[in-house]
Design a protein around this ligand. Sequence first.
Ligand code: ADP
Ligand code: MG
Length: 560
Amino acid sequence: MAMKQFKAESKRLLEMMINSIYTQKEIFLRELISNASDAIDKIYYKALTDDALVFNKEDYYIKVTADKASRTLTLVDTGIGMSQEDLENNLGIIAKSGSLAFKKENEAKDGHNIIGQFGVGFYSAFMVADEVTVISKALGSDEAFKWTSSGADGYTIEPCEKESVGTEITLKIKENNEDEQYDEYLEEYRLRSIIKKYSDFIRYPIKMDVTGSRPKEGSESNEFEEYREEQTVNSMVPIWRRNKNELKDEDYENFYFEKRYGFDKPLKHVHISADGAVVYNAILFIPENTPFDYYTKEYEKGLELYSNGVLIMDKCADLLPDYFSFVKGMVDSEDLSLNISRELLQHDRQLKLIAKNIKNKIKGQLQSLLKEEREKYEKFYKSFGRQLKFGVYNDYGMHKDDLQDLLLFYSSKEKKPVTLDEYVSRMPEDQKYIYYASGESVERIEKLPQTELVADKGYEILYLTDDIDEFAIKIVAKYKDKEFKSVSSGDLGIEADEADKQADAEASENKDLFEHMAGLLSGKVKSVKASKRLKSHPVCLSAEGELSIEMEKVLQAMPN
Ligand code: ADP
Ligand code: MG
C-alpha cells in the first residue's frame, strides 16, 4: 500500500493549525463531535427530499468511549459516512470542507444548521493524538474504508469491514510528557465535562458508558451497588432556542447559576431572538451586586459565544463595550464560523453587528428599568453606576450620548438620586445652569458655604460624591442645552443685586486688608477676595479656573 503525500502547503498548514489556531487542546472533542453532528444532519437533510430515506430521530446518536488500557478514545456516529473519495477529499486535503460544499448544494433545503465550513477542525485531533484512524461507510454504499494518519507525514486508505453506515474515529492518545498532560482525555469525568461545556446543545444524543454506584434496590441497609450503563451526556435543547413564552424567570435564574455567571440572583434578564440583518439568539443578565473583582484589572468582561449551539469562546470581549462590562450571558449565531480564531473574530462583520445590536438592547433594558422599576435601577446603579460614569469619561466622551440619560446624582431638593432629565424639567425659567457641588459625602456638601446662595435662589443642586463624577460632568458639558456650573465657580450666573454692588464697594475699600491676609496665608492660598455668595458663613475656599478643589484632590492622588 503506497503512502500518499499531503500537498506541500497542506503540510505547513497542518503544523500551523495544530500549533496556533486552537489555544486549548480540549476543543478537539468539540470539533469531532460537531463533525459527527454535521454528518447526522446531512442524512436528515437528504431525507427531506428523498422519499426512500426515512429519518427516525431515535436511530441517530454519537458515542464516545475511552479505553485506558489501549490509550484510545473512540467516537462513533451514525451519520452519512464517507466514501473512499470523501476520505481522500475531505481528510486528505486540508482546509477543504465537505460540509461547506454540502451547504452550498443544499442551500434551498435550509441546510444552515450544519456547523463545519473551514475544513480544519478534524486535524485538531492531532493536538492530543499520535495517530488517528477513521473507519467509515457512506450512505448507500456496501464498502467501508479505513483512513489512517500520524499527522503531517501523510495518510493511508484501505478497504475494511464495517457493518452500519456512519463513521468511527479512533484517537491514539499521546503519552504524558514533562510539559503536557494527555491522560485526562481518557478519563470519563473529564470527557463528560468537556462535552457538557462545549457540546451540551448538540441536537443529537452524545452517549457515554458511565460507571457509578447507587443504593441497592430493595435493600434496607445502606448497601450500594456498582453499575455501568449508557447515558446521554448532553441536554440537547438550549434554553436560548426555546420559546420565551414557555420560559419562567426561574428557568433563566437556573441557567444563570448553572453557567456560574454569578452567585446572587440576577437583577434582570433579556432573551433576544434576532432575525434581521444578522441572525442570533442571546440571553443577557444584569447582575444585582458588584463582583468582588469588578473594579480591578483582574475582572474580565465578555459573553459566551456559540456558533450554532457549539461554544467557541468563554468570554468574547468584543461583544460588550467596557461601560457595559458587568453584563453576563451568551450569544449564539449561525452566521459565525466555528473554527474562527480570536484574531479573525475581531474583524468579523457579523460579530460587530451583533455587538452593536446587543449594546442597544442593554441600553434599552436599563432605560426601561429606570422608568418602570426605579428601585431596582437604583440598586443596579449602586453596583455599576461608577462604570457608566467611567464610560462617559473614557474615549474622549464618544459614548456620552448613549450613557448620559442613565446617570443619577443626588439632588439637594429631592434628597435622593435623580436623572439629568428630571433635574432639567424642574428648572425654573430664570435658572441658566445645572448647578453641582462636589464633596466627600452628602453631609459634607450640605455644609459647604458655596451652596447657600444657589439654594437660597431656590435652585436644585446635584451633589457629586464620587471622585469620577465631576470628570464625567465635565465631559457631558451640556444637557438639553443647559451647561453645568459648579457652585464654587467664580461666576454663578445669578443676577447681581444690591448686595453684590455693596460687596464690590467693600472689596475695593478693604483692598489692603485682603492683601495683608493673603500675605499671612502665603503658600496656602493664591489670593483673598470679597465673596458675593456667602450668607451665613464668614469665609470659604474657592477654586480658580477650570478645576474644582475636589478634582484637584483626585488628580493629585493619582499615581503619576
Ligand atoms: P469542517 O467541519 O469545517 O468542514 P473538518 O476538518 O472538521 O472541517 O472536516 C472536514 C470534512 O470532513 C467535513 O467537512 C466533512 O465533509 C468530513 N467529515 C469529518 N468528520 C466526519 C464525520 N464524522 N462524518 C462524515 N464526514 C466527516
Ligand atoms: Mg468540523
